[in-house]
Design a protein around this ligand. Sequence first.
Ligand SMILES: [Ca+2]
Ligand SMILES: [Ca+2]
Ligand SMILES: [Cu+2]
Length: 331
Amino acid sequence: MTAHAKTDWPDPAAGPPGPPPHRNMVWVPGGTFLMGSNDFYPEERPAHRVALEGFWMDEHPVTNAQFRRFVKETGYLTLAERPLDPIDYPGVAPSLLVPGSLVFRKTRGPVDLRDVRAWWAYVPKASWRRPEGPGSNLGGRERHPVVHVAHEDAEAYARWAVKDLPTEAEWELAARGGLEGATYVWGEEFAPKGKMMANTWQGNFPWQNLKRDGHERTSPVKAFPPNGYGLYDMAGNVWEWTSDYFLSRHPNHPKELAKPCCVPRNPRVESSEGSYAEGQPGESIPRRVIKGGSHLCAPNYCLRYRPAARQGEAVDSSTSHIGFRCVVRGS
Ligand SMILES: [Ca+2]
Ligand SMILES: [Ca+2]
Ligand SMILES: [Cu+2]
């Protein structure tokens, strides 16, 4: 036994239990992996071992075409399309309580990066069908990830598809593609030999988008190379919802997590307790973990197109840069 010996759970020889349960899903082998990172933001610390069973995962984020099929079949109305109840939003001006969603708007020049209102606009009638609001549509974006979906919308789709949303640990194991502790889902270098590997933001956020990767906003799924497990768009393009509630990991339980005796198995965070952003806007809304970063992540603002990166997002928020993908757990 060495200090780095893998545990014998899950069975290292366990492969996929059979053929994929649905089209366009790939098998993510189970095992013990290093989750989190000590090198970037505090909420990613500490890096610690986690053991997971294998599972199936959608090879790319759910697209507009896929989401449209779900809505056609079920008549589902997303949260952003429903009228808002003033009781749920005390202190918010009634004029703002119209269906809509948060749309990113490039600023004219540099702004105070602490004030997200400089680039996020609540646009009435913006929704997954009209990603920039009235006048916009999905033309030419059938293969782009669906956006403006709140957590319950992602859950509703998953239920319909007979799938689940991934836990944070599942998402991160999958994103790493078998590379132990790597910074990016493809390795250590952001653009190996100059090749762009994901849809992120190059230039000075939020006003100068140099588009070295060819995309100002979302991109069609599979426009960049897959990771080691054959999964596309894990980094960048759109953030992806997970099923875990968000706990800032840093102050909570770093000590136990670092002990080799206590490798968590299939961990999940099922209680919303501790996920609220106390003293901040929306403090009454629980937050879930989103992963992977988006086309709006830029080095000068948000270096989060990495597998360890995580953010707490209010479950009712829908924006132009959050989507999701699903999993099916083995047998
Ligand atoms: Ca881009
Ligand atoms: Ca992504
Ligand atoms: Cu970001």
